[in-house]
Every structure is written in C-alpha cells, then in structure tokens.
Design a protein around this ligand. Structure first.
Ligand code: GLN
Length: 309
C-alpha cells in the first residue's frame, strides 16, 4: 500500500501554499469571519491508524455534513417511511433552492438539500421537545466520534437563526403542503443548531467510520446501522452530497462525500478509510474548493475511487 502518512503530509503542504482558496460563506455572518488560510485532513484506516495533516485538530462548523448523521438517526426512527416525505434524486439545483418545491408539491428531492434536511430534522423533532432532539443528535455525534467534548457553536447557530430567511421560507412552504409536522420555529431551531456543531477533521473522520465499513466501527465492533443501510447512505452521498456539484465530485474524486458550507467534507472510501478534510473557501456550488482538490489527490494516490484506479 502507498505510504499514507507521506501522501497526507504532501497534500497538506501543497494546500497550505495554494493561493486559489475559494470564498468563505458570507450569508452566515459568523462563518464569514473564518480565516480561509486553514487546511486540515484526517484519514482513518480500517485498522484504526490515523494519518492527519495541517489543522486536523482544529474544530470547524460542520454545517451540512450533519445531515448525514440526522438522516442516519431519522432512518433509525422511521425506517423506509422516511421516503414518503423526501426523495432520493439529485436536485441539480443549489442547496437552498426553492423552485423545485412548488413543482413537486413540497416534497424535497433528497435529504441533503436544505429543504430535505429540514424535513428530516422535523421527523426527529416529532414527539419531543426541541432541546431533547438536539441533545440526541449531539450525543449521537459524540458517541460515534468517541469524544464527549464535541459541542455546538452557539454563536454560529444564533448567527444563522438571525439571517436564515431562506430556510424559514423553505420550512413554511413545506409546512403548507403538510411535509412539516412541528411548529416551524421548533424544527428550524434544531436544524440551525445541528448545523452549528463544531468538530475537527479527526473527530469527523472518526464519526464517519461506520459508513466505510458496512455499518460497523471496525475498532469497537459496534454496529451503528446494517450493511445495507450504510451502502444506501453512501449512495445518497455520492449522488446528492455535493448538491449541483455532485456529478463533478464523483468525476474527480469518485467517493461518496458530504460537504458543508463551513468548508468541510466527509468522504468514505468503502472498505478502506473514513476521510475528513477542511478548507473554508468554497467554490460556486458551495463546496470546499481545496477540500475537493485534496480528496482528488488522495484518492488518485491511494487508488481508492469506487470507479477503479
Ligand atoms: N446551515 C446551512 C444552511 O442551511 C447549511 C448549508 C450547507 O452547509 N450547504 O444554509
């Protein structure tokens, strides 16, 4: 096997020096303040070895990467009934688009665009107080990462709540079609807060290990979901995890991956590794510019693309 430590260090060095860094997200004021010069990468192999480079231990706002974990939780609660509310097709539209919702009678295309993720959060909120639901999501992340220090960045959550006019519109619009069961404020409060969970690349890669290994954490042996469910979540990450940049991500990187506007990406090399990368500058589709490039380098060097070497 190629020397993963050397490859990770090489990538971290290259990314640190690149000047094409993309633009940090500006529509959430708190994220606009993040220094775009940071870069972190963590790779956790099946045997538990970790190769980490750059700012791999610096917590950042995971934003939409949280949607992979809320989907996992919601599937655990509702099973396949979830798919009556949310579809499984790529949207071909930006992550916060509203146009498709009208044509498709309020049912979001997939669980990773904002509308779909809000509908998934609503399902988790049902029958609970928002605070309990949020606690459950946070504890799930802590459990998966094996780290109880993981917390919500309250300033980021408050910043998004103050300025989240589009998400409020999406939620109200879905509610008019009966897709949202709870008060819109409850569901959005939980959504904004789970997007504001702060984690490092190392913690995130740890939390994603079950997806790389048929639903199980190979170090603890703990089974999080069935192998079939892990495979299906990976399929959704591949087709929808980067919004209208999902095709390009599959073409260049060739792994299931989920991005967030904080600049993070969780990527899964099935049978090989769980990978998290972070570079705050985004491309035009809202996906980490250098994060994608780093993953492209990594999968090529390791021969990990699911489409062949
Ligand atoms: N919290 C962000 C939003 O709802 C998440 C978007 C993202 O990471 N793509 O706009």
């Amino acid at each position: 096997m190629p020397d993963i430590d050397a490859i990770v260090q090489e990538i971290a060095t290259e990314m640190r020096h690149r000047t094409d860094r993309g633009e940090v997200a500006r529509y959430i004021p708190e994220l606009a303040r993040v220094d775009p010069h940071q870069f972190g990468l963590a790779v956790i192999l099946e045997d538990g070895r970790v190769a980490a480079g750059g700012d791999a231990d610096q917590p950042f706002s995971i934003q939409s990467i949280s949607k992979v974990f809320t989907l996992t939780l919601a599937l655990g609660m509702a099973g396949d009934d979830l798919w009556t509310r949310v579809g499984r097709e790529p949207s071909g539209n930006p992550f916060n688009s509203i146009v498709q919702l009208e044509r498709e009678r309020g049912r979001p295309r997939n669980p990773f665009i904002n509308a779909g993720a809000i509908a998934v959060t609503d399902l988790i909120v049902s029958g609970h107080q928002p605070r309990e639901s949020l606690g459950e999501i946070l504890r799930f992340m802590q459990f998966l990462a094996g780290d109880t220090s993981i917390a919500i960045d309250k300033a980021v959550a408050a910043s998004e709540r103050r300025t989240g006019f589009r998400n409020t519109a999406l939620a109200n619009y879905m509610k008019s079609f009966g897709i949202i069961d709870n008060p819109v404020d409850f569901t959005l409060g939980v959504y904004f807060h789970h997007c504001a969970i702060a984690m490092s690349c190392r913690q995130l890669a740890m939390a994603g290990r079950f997806l790389a290994h048929s639903g199980r954490n190979p170090s603890t042996g703990y089974s999080v979901v069935s192998a079939e469910r892990a495979r299906r979540i990976n399929a959704l990450m591949l087709t929808c995890g980067h919004y209208d940049g999902s095709g390009d991500f599959a073409y260049r990187v060739g792994l299931p991956g989920k991005s967030g506007v904080g600049g993070g990406i969780l990527a899964v090399a099935p049978g090989h590794a769980s990978i998290a990368v972070w570079a705050p500058g985004l491309d035009g589709a809202g996906n980490s510019h250098l994060g994608r490039l780093a993953l492209e380098r990594l999968t090529k060097a390791m021969g990990w693309s699911i489409f062949g070497v």
